[in-house]
Ligand binder design. Structure first.
Ligand code: SF4
Length: 342
């Protein structure tokens, strides 16, 4: 597999299942997506659509008993190269417990989780935990690791960083903990930062500060960002491109302007209609998406969105899987509506 020169990572036909006593959950059912160097890809969808499992597949930290059944995850990396040159590795084929995967995790691909309290140990200072990432992945002395940790805490906006480096996670507010989590993720200067709903548990003021911080850090560090959220409003502020996921598949992808101004897939259109509009009339009601996501054990035939789709074509959508239709500039949607129009 050859990645395009501007691509950092490409996921092709990724399928992940969870074999359980009650049946098999198809968490990912053929995910295709790509992230360009230095760009932000927003990944959007309702809970259970496979956003987080896609991220965890990249890091090979899928919870038990989940497993990758099929597909490829090609990453451009310098890990394992003696002269620092880049090569492509298929992360789906690497042993999750191998030294190479350990080096890629945090060293090249780092993740910011929704609730940092569950990611930090309560028994060690934040400074020690952030320094540890640096000591594990980069050849630096303890003194240098501590100094760089303080600088990074300052960089993400933590005041009195040289004092707070000695404090424990419970001594930080939610917003400050999230900043510390970002500092830990960026301390090794990863080529890809995965942010999984990083602002969901924060109030709107702190949320806006976090988005601005991530934009600034992206420019300074040149990292690509995979920004996972259920909130399209957040995506409009931070992303260059957007992938919309539904039931373990990417159903539409495009540049952020194309998705917001000319959405093609009925699910994307419904998601956009569900965003509250400040300029709307008082009588305007929020449009809710009809129906619910099917049971995770259920396999929906044809188009997975057909039970909820207001534009479903009877006799076609519920029986045949829709094709991927390209609209130019990398914008595509997986839907039966368009071959007849274009
Ligand atoms: Fe709706 Fe049919 Fe398109 Fe699916 S394929 S989104 S059911 S129109």
């Amino acid at each position: 597999m050859q990645l395009n020169p501007d691509e950092l990572i490409r996921i092709s036909n990724l399928k992940v299942t969870f074999p359980l006593d009650e049946g098999t959950v198809r968490a990912l059912d053929g995910v295709n997506l790509s992230i360009k160097r230095g760009k932000v890809l927003g990944v959007v969808g309702e809970s259970g659509c496979g956003k987080s499992i896609t991220a965890r597949s990249i890091l090979r930290i899928i919870p038990d008993p989940g497993k990758i059944d099929e597909g490829e995850i090609w990453l451009r990396t310098t890990v394992g190269s003696s002269d620092g040159s880049e090569r492509m590795v298929d992360l789906a084929r690497i042993d999750p417990n191998s030294e190479m995967m350990r080096q890629i995790r945090w060293g090249e691909v780092a993740m910011v989780f929704q609730e940092p309290m569950t990611s930090f140990s309560a028994y060690h200072t934040l400074g020690d935990q952030i320094s540890e990432a640096l000591l594990t992945h980069r050849h630096v002395s303890k003194r240098e690791a501590r100094q760089r940790t303080i600088e990074m805490l300052e960089r993400v906006g933590i005041p009195n960083a040289s004092t707070r480096v000695n404090q424990y996670p419970h001594e930080f507010s939610g917003g400050m903990r999230q900043r510390a989590m970002i500092a830990m993720a960026l301390i090794c200067n990863p080529s890809l930062l995965i942010a999984d709903e990083p602002t969901t548990s924060l109030d709107v003021t702190i949320q806006a500060q976090m988005l601005e911080l991530m934009q600034n850090l992206r420019q300074d560090f040149g990292s690509s960002i995979m920004f996972i959220t259920h909130n399209l409003g957040v995506i409009a502020q931070i992303a260059d491109e957007v992938s919309i996921m539904y039931l373990g598949k990417v159903v539409e992808h495009g540049r952020v302007g194309d998705i917001f101004n000319d959405p093609k897939h009925p699910y994307t259109i419904d998601l956009l209609n569900a965003i509250p509009k400040i300029a709307g009339q008082r009588k305007d009601r929020l449009v809710a998406i009809e129906g619910n996501i099917p049971s995770p054990f259920e396999r929906v035939p044809g188009c997975p969105f057909h039970p909820r789709c207001s534009r479903m074509i009877e006799g076609l959508c519920e029986t045949q899987a829709p094709p991927e239709i390209e609209f130019g500039n990398g914008h595509f949607a997986v839907c039966h509506l368009y071959p007849k129009i274009i």
